[in-house]
Design a protein around this ligand. Structure first.
Ligand code: SF4
Ligand code: SF4
Length: 445
């Protein structure tokens, strides 16, 4: 029997239209807007000013503190300005705008063909290189990778878990990366194993990607300590706690981290970025983005530079259909609607989904019929109907004591609710208020 997590989960339609579409280069935009915050943690601090000339891969913003990430120019050209512009979240943030001139790469980047398998960098050097290269979690979480590779004193990592699950419907960027860059990913995993001082790594892939399971499994035979595991198709199999439970049968307690149960989890896209950073000295300034939707003429998987306007990717996928009702940044379960298409691709952009107007409408919500489907579907053992009521009524403390902070915002409850109640929308609000309350208390004490 295939491994999976035992509690909750749902089976939305997969709609992986682009699984068979090889990665193609999106092209270089005439101008890019680079947000200074593309990661969890403190925004980076700009190192360039209006009029400066930059090369592709040159560092243009320095990480501020340990939990932060450096940012590199995805193009060569001239800095036009630093400006407050709308990002994918719909809010304004500081961005460096660069007008492209050619594509001249920083000479420190090794652009020679061929895969470099021999790992010469020492653990501390690997972590430093990941920090310098601005590597963040590529599954969408965007947590700085050098932090996750630095195991805190007193803790021990026993196994590195690699997330090749890609359980969000529609998205296929990780799937294609495993098929087309499998060997580089495995070198990246070996590099992370060295940094973490572990001898075992497990790659989990959902069983709807049998070609990737075969490819990665075959390639892994020539790598020491790496095993590949087919997992049952169930959303949210790719969530950290659910993946750990499925692969090593350990439970991460509420409020604790994977390393507390001896595991560190990274995404396959992150492993590829680590390979490029450590073996080729290439910082993170481009990524694979799935651009998809039933109404698109040419849905596909595109290698896009950060800062590329979403509109350019949609053009590459055949242009915006006239009947578009909504455009989602990320997957349909955890992604958020975009307010416009001029916003830039960032390090965490895994997909863009174009939804026709007829499918974008939400059915009106009805009263709760106490069917408990949201409870049985919740992978975190929460009571979503109760959390929604508490959030709506502003009972922040009670929401907290009912573990609202454990909600990973997977959307399973909203998806499964027969009354179409906007559970996640309210739970997000309540969770935000509760976390704010905890912070304020911490500041006072
Ligand atoms: S969004 Fe939160 S409450 Fe709803 S199913 Fe997911 S973890 Fe549970
Ligand atoms: S699934 Fe919807 S209708 Fe059923 S208990 Fe939960 S909130 Fe109520």
């Amino acid at each position: 029997m295939l491994k999976t997590f035992p509690l909750g989960g749902i089976h939305p339609p997969e709609n992986k239209l682009t699984a068979g579409k090889a990665i193609e280069t999106a092209g270089i935009p005439a101008s890019v807007s680079i947000p200074l915050s593309q990661h969890i943690g403190a925004p980076a601090v700009a190192l360039v000013k209006k009029g400066d000339t930059v090369r592709t891969g040159q560092k243009i913003a320095e990480s501020k503190g340990f939990i932060s990430a450096c940012i590199h120019s995805p193009v060569s050209g001239k800095v036009n300005r630093t400006d407050s512009l709308i990002d994918t979240s719909g809010y304004r943030q500081e961005m460096i705008v660069i007008d492209t001139e050619g594509d001249e790469w920083d000479e420190s980047i090794d652009r020679s063909p061929g895969i470099k398998r021999e790992i010469t960098a020492a653990p501390a050097e690997i972590i430093k290189k990941c920090h310098e290269a601005g590597i963040v979690g590529m599954g969408g979480a965007t947590f700085p990778s050098h932090v996750k590779l630095s195991v805190p004193d007193g803790k021990k990592c026993e196994v590195l878990i690699i997330n090749g699950v890609e359980c969000e419907p529609w998205l296929t960027s990780d799937h294609r990366l495993m098929l087309e860059k499998g060997e580089e990913i495995l070198v990246g995993i070996s590099i992370m194993m060295k940094a973490l001082n572990v001898t075992s790594a497990m790659v989990g892939i959902e069983n709807n990607k049998t070609d990737a399971i075969d490819r990665m499994g075959t390639l892994a035979r020539s790598f020491s300590g790496i095993s590949v595991h087919a997992l049952k198709v169930k959303y949210p199999q790719g969530a950290e706690k659910q993946l750990i439970k499925a692969l090593i049968n350990r439970e991460v307690p509420s409020g604790r981290l994977p390393v507390d149960v001896g595991a560190v989890v990274h995404n396959v896209g992150t492993a590829f970025a680590v390979y490029e950073a450590v073996q080729k000295n290439k910082p993170l300034f481009e990524r694979v983005v799935t651009v998809t939707g039933k109404s698109l003429a040419r849905p596909g998987n595109f290698l896009a530079r950060t800062g590329t306007p979403v509109s350019m990717l949609i053009e590459a996928a055949g242009g915006l259909p006239g009947d578009t009702g909504k455009i989602i940044n990320g997957g349909p379960m955890m992604g958020k609607a975009l307010t416009g298409t001029s916003v830039p691709v960032v390090k965490g952009t895994s997909g863009i989904i174009v939804i026709p107007a007829a499918d974008a409408e939400r059915s009106p919500a009805g009263p709760c019929i106490r069917c408990a489907k949201c409870v049985t579907g919740c992978p975190m053992n929460l009571e979503p109907f109760l959390l929604m009521s508490l959030s709506a009524a502003g009972h922040v403390e009670r929401a907290g004591s009912n573990k609202i902070a454990d909600c990973m915002e997977c959307g399973s409850c909203s998806y499964i609710c027969p009354a179409r109640r906007p559970l996640l929308d309210y739970i997000r609000l309540g969770k935000g208020s509760y976390i704010k309350l905890l912070r304020e208390r911490k500041l006072k004490n």
